[in-house]
Design a protein around this ligand. Structure first.
Ligand SMILES: *[C@@H]1O[C@H](CO)[C@@H](O)[C@H](O)[C@H]1NC(C)=O
Ligand SMILES: *[C@@H]1O[C@H](CO)[C@@H](O)[C@H](O)[C@H]1NC(C)=O
Ligand SMILES: *[C@@H]1O[C@H](CO)[C@@H](O)[C@H](O)[C@H]1NC(C)=O
Ligand SMILES: *[C@@H]1O[C@H](CO)[C@@H](O)[C@H](O)[C@H]1NC(C)=O
Ligand SMILES: *[C@@H]1O[C@H](CO)[C@@H](O)[C@H](O)[C@H]1NC(C)=O
Ligand SMILES: *[C@@H]1O[C@H](CO)[C@@H](O)[C@H](O)[C@H]1NC(C)=O
Length: 270
């Protein structure tokens, strides 16, 4: 009886575990994310504390925008919901996350470097927001990244050179930001098996340069301008000094002529 009692209790507990106990890391992730986001249009009806405590049951999600896999959140998709506020670094607590899509909102602030701890992340779409600051180089630690779409934001600084190491990238778009510096060679140039990206992934960044953008875009143009200014000012000073010499010759000529006239007036006629 004692043995069967233990077995019965164990069966009850084991049967209940996957269906009703949520993951504490996912709960922390969702709680902090909802605190950092503002939802002025009240689009996220069931983003409440009670749902965060039990967002997933197996493959069933009870949370709008979340998809579940084995009781863990593996996809978050909150697009075009007029969300404001910032992206919480605690998103890194959703450790099974494979896809994060917060595109087409009004999010501000930086991309948290803590997203580097999402080691399973394959899709990162933060496009069409107002995100600023630099793109964290640590994102290159997410080795499974397939998609990085950051277009239409206010991101500044360089494209991290380390992104050239992301061999699985099949989509990359940082167009229309405020990025500067050289395009990492591996992202622009096809070498080996690396899939590489054309100018449409990079355009709309005033100070970004290098292949596949037009070579004279920023640095080339200023070299041309320097050469132009040098040649131009050389020509102008040549013309100026030539004119000065001409005037000087003319003046001395007139002076000599009038002196000659004076002399000839003073001279008695023979
Ligand atoms: C949460 O909202 C989504 C979308 O509005 C809905 O499909 C889902 O059934 C809701 N879940 C609960 C538990 O209310
Ligand atoms: C975004 O949402 C607005 C309404 O909130 C809708 O009119 C518009 O078509 C949506 N855009 C996309 C691309 O889904
Ligand atoms: C949750 O995320 C925060 C911020 O990135 C981090 O400091 C903390 O260690 C994480 N907690 C766990 C359990 O991973
Ligand atoms: C990112 O999201 C935007 C808007 O929701 C969409 O148009 C775009 O195709 C997505 N990017 C990728 C690479 O799927
Ligand atoms: C990329 O390739 C182009 C054309 O093949 C070449 O002109 C350019 O110098 C290369 N850029 C880098 C950074 O390797
Ligand atoms: C650039 O690449 C995108 C897909 O990544 C493609 O849709 C587009 O047609 C390409 N543009 C040019 C000019 O090749």
């Amino acid at each position: 009886m004692g043995v069967w009692g233990v077995v019965l209790v164990c069966l009850l507990i084991c049967a209940r575990v996957p269906s009703s106990w949520s993951d504490p890391d996912d709960e922390a992730c969702l709680t902090h994310l909802s605190e950092s986001l503002e939802d002025p249009t009240k689009s996220l009806q069931n983003w409440t504390k009670s749902t965060f405590a039990n967002a997933c049951s197996g493959f069933t999600s009870y949370l709008q925008g979340a998809t579940c896999n084995n009781g863990r959140i593996y996809k978050l998709s909150l697009t075009n919901l007029s969300l404001r506020g910032s992206i919480s670094p605690y998103l890194s607590n959703c450790t099974n996350l494979q896809s994060l899509d917060l595109s087409s909102n009004a999010l501000t602030g930086p991309i948290p470097s803590d997203l580097q701890y999402l080691v399973n992340l394959a899709v990162l779409n933060l496009s069409s927001n107002h995100l600023n600051g630099e793109i964290p180089a640590q994102l290159a630690f997410c080795a499974y990244l397939n998609v990085i779409d950051l277009h239409d934001n206010s991101l500044s600084g360089p494209i991290p050179q380390q992104f050239g190491l992301l061999v699985r990238l099949s989509a990359f778009d940082v167009s229309n930001n405020r990025l500067s510096g050289p395009i990492p060679p591996n992202l622009g140039n096809r070498s080996g098996n690396f899939p590489r990206f054309n100018a449409s992934s990079f355009e709309g960044n005033k100070d970004l340069y290098g292949y596949p953008l037009a070579p004279l875009k920023s640095r080339g143009l200023s070299i041309l301008a320097i050469v132009g200014i040098g040649l131009g000012s050389g020509f102008v000073s040549l013309v100026l000094s030539f004119t000065a010499v001409c005037i000087w010759l003319r003046v001395t000529e007139e002076k000599m002529a009038s002196e000659e006239g004076k002399i000839s007036q003073l001279m008695p006629d023979y």
